[in-house]
Write a protein that binds this ligand. Structure first.
Ligand SMILES: [Zn+2]
Length: 187
């Protein structure tokens, strides 16, 4: 963890302030989101945050604006998912992209209970590369905001939710969760 992330984590744990939106927030209309109509049976009450990685190596020069649009289109065409399978997506520079609306549960390639799940994905393959300090900072800011604005105080990971089905969110992101360094704190 870089010094900046460590500082933010500490702030997150200790500060009495109520967290606003993450610093580098990209609302759906800014990246050109085009969700299909959402079926009412996907409505849920958000209860817990589940961390993911994309599982694809992030390369120098990759464009998150192209990637997020491609993911939304791919899901709609290939998987019949009306919108992104994630509610928030974070790039290595620490930009937080707004995905599926919180009031709809996500979709998944694996079998687990998706009711109440809020999916947060970091781009990269963290079995093979490191989470950047900027992405970690953004994750901490997002978790604090979700806690303060939406009352979400439970954090999990994809592999914890779907044991034996995936290594997601990859070793280098999982270790922050496993060690308790990335953990929600009740206020
Ligand atoms: Zn996952």
């Amino acid at each position: 963890m870089g010094p900046s992330a460590a500082r933010l984590l500490l702030v997150w744990l200790l500060a009495a302030r109520v967290w606003a939106q993450p610093q580098h927030f990209v609302p759906r209309d800014q990246w050109g989101s085009q969700p299909q109509p959402m079926p009412t049976n996907l409505q849920h009450v958000p209860q817990r945050i589940v961390l993911h990685h994309s599982g694809v190596l992030w390369k120098e020069g990759d464009d998150p604006f192209l990637k997020i649009r491609a993911l939304q289109l791919w899901g709609q065409r290939e998987k019949h998912w009306p919108d992104l399978p994630y509610h928030f997506l974070i790039d290595p520079q620490g930009q937080v992209f707004e995905g599926r609306e919180l009031r709809y549960r996500p979709d998944s390639n694996t079998e687990y209970d998706l009711n109440g799940v809020i999916n947060v994905e970091l781009w990269g393959n963290f079995d093979e590369q490191k989470v950047t300090p900027q992405a970690l900072d953004a994750t901490v800011q997002l978790l604090a905001w979700l806690r303060d604005q939406h009352g979400l105080e439970v954090l999990s990971t994809h592999r914890s939710q779907a044991p034996g089905q995936t290594s997601c969110p990859g070793e280098d992101l999982f270790r922050y969760f496993e060690s308790g360094r990335l953990a929600p704190v009740k206020r």
